[in-house]
Write a protein that binds this ligand. Structure first.
Ligand code: ZN
Length: 466
């Protein structure tokens, strides 16, 4: 396909033309970066740099580049994933805010003034009411400060910060207190008393009357939980632990703020819960089936509490992600709606038996093509459910070799010959899926060829027009 030639360097001109037409505006905040939502329950975070009077970001610092922001986001998501939290940090955008150099050197003490100014002039500050707004300043004399609910939509970050600071501040936005909260009360009984200046041994001695090295492994784990806690002031670059209670507090807050804070809303299922069910974290559904029945799963994230859940009797037909929480969640699988033999090496038909044994031998040699040859031979001599099983197996082998046309044909054959309705239905579904995959691959291939054409055209242009 021919496309109009677009010589290098005309991008800016094109943008200017669009601006004249009013199609592209570059106000105070033009997003420079936007990441797609992470899998899980994404907490929306919008990053903003206050620029100086020349329109620049700080040239040096701990958080003065897009890469450094993305590193904080990645670290935050690693911490959440380590505890199988359902929550993830969603970096919605990184915006340069011009025209407010009065805040270029702002400190964390300016948080409330900046929030008030931004809410009064959302366009000028790229303020969002559907995300936590992180304003980054050039000040090297301060760290960061967020706000507890209900005003948990702002964080000020200066340049004196650790690798985990953004996630720590988001912890506060999600209602987590410091492990050294004054009065020793961080709202969580599963974190030991802490002081921001204590050593690991001081935490141990205070709790157990012994230094860390003398504690048993359970006690050491409890000390670690504070010493390396995300919400502590120890080990700034390496904080990563979160207690069960902290995970629950964060989920409770995110669930409560879901309409403005989350890119995708969660629907919680916890089999151990009893009480009114509405799918929020405090009032989860007790079964997957209840969540399906409530009709609330479309474009949502189904969050399954750790443990085993009953397989729902109806299928989830909506666009729904499923994630576990606090540990692996298992859904009790229903058995396939048909029976097929898997012991064809004991077939009463000697020709089937011998071909299958040869296939098994080839399988041990990892010689897939020989496996297929022997299965094909067995299929020719087999009858009934033995033949069904061989056809299904051949389809699966071709599928795993990415030979989707042959896979589709064998699933079709399995469907056509099956006497069991469940097998007929499933084999036909699989055949259709193979055809769809074949089509997708062909489209990808066509697009690739088209790109090659374009590349060749471009190269021709370059040669003719240096
Ligand atoms: Zn803090």
């Amino acid at each position: 396909m021919k496309t109009p030639s677009s010589p290098a360097g005309c991008g800016r001109l094109w943008a200017a033309r669009l601006a004249l037409l009013g199609l592209l505006t570059l106000p105070a905040g033009a997003p420079l970066f936007a990441a797609s939502a992470p899998f899980g329950v994404p907490v929306r975070v919008s990053f903003k740099f206050f620029l100086n009077n020349l329109g620049n970001r700080p040239a040096t610092g701990e958080l003065n580049t897009d890469a450094e922001i993305e590193a904080q986001v990645v670290r935050g998501n690693q911490i959440l994933a380590a505890w199988t939290s359902e929550l993830r940090v969603h970096n919605v955008e990184i915006v340069d805010v011009a025209g407010h150099s009065e805040w270029y050197n702002a400190t964390t003490d300016d948080r409330d003034a900046i929030r008030a100014a931004a809410i009064a002039n959302p366009a000028g500050y790229a303020w969002r009411n559907n995300a936590v707004n992180v304003y980054i300043t050039a000040n090297t004399g301060c760290s960061a400060r967020s706000q507890f609910p209900p005003d948990n939509d702002i964080i000020i970050v200066c340049q004196s910060i650790y690798d985990t600071t953004v996630m720590h501040e988001l912890g506060h936005s999600l209602n987590l207190y410091h492990t050294h909260q004054s009065g020793g009360n961080d709202g969580c009984a599963d974190t030991l008393p802490d002081d921001e200046d204590w050593t690991r041994d001081q935490i141990a001695t205070n709790a157990y009357g012994m230094v860390y090295a003398l504690l048993n492994s359970t006690q050491q784990y409890q000390v670690n939980m504070v010493w390396s806690n995300l919400m502590s002031y120890h080990n700034g670059d390496h904080r990563w632990m979160m207690s069960s209670c902290q995970l629950d507090r964060a989920s409770t807050q995110a669930s409560s703020d879901q309409t403005w804070l989350l890119t995708k809303r969660p629907v919680y299922v916890d089999g151990g819960y009893a009480g009114t069910q509405n799918g929020t974290f405090p009032q989860p559904y007790t079964t997957i089936q209840n969540a399906i029945n409530a009709g609330v799963l479309n474009s949502r994230v189904l969050v399954l509490d750790q443990g085993t859940h009953d397989n729902p009797s109806s299928a989830i037909t909506t666009a729904t992600d499923v994630v576990p929480r606090k540990g692996s969640a298992t859904v009790r699988e229903a058995k396939l709606p048909y029976d097929l033999p898997a012991n064809l090496e004991e077939s009463k038909n000697p020709r089937v038996r011998e071909a299958v044994v040869r296939a098994q031998f080839a399988d041990r040699q990892r010689d897939v093509l020989s496996v297929i040859t022997h299965l094909l031979e067995a299929e020719q001599h087999a009858t009934g459910r033995e033949r069904d099983a061989l056809r299904f197996e051949l389809a699966q082998r071709y599928r795993d070799l990415q030979r989707f046309d042959e896979a589709s044909a064998w699933f079709e054959k399995a469907a056509a010959g099956a006497d069991q309705p469940g097998l007929k239905r499933r084999a036909q579904e699989k055949a259709d899926a193979m055809k769809a995959e074949l089509k997708r691959q062909k489209q990808l291939q066509d697009e690739g060829e088209e790109n090659d054409d374009k590349r060749n055209e471009k190269q021709a242009e370059k040669k003719g027009n240096p």
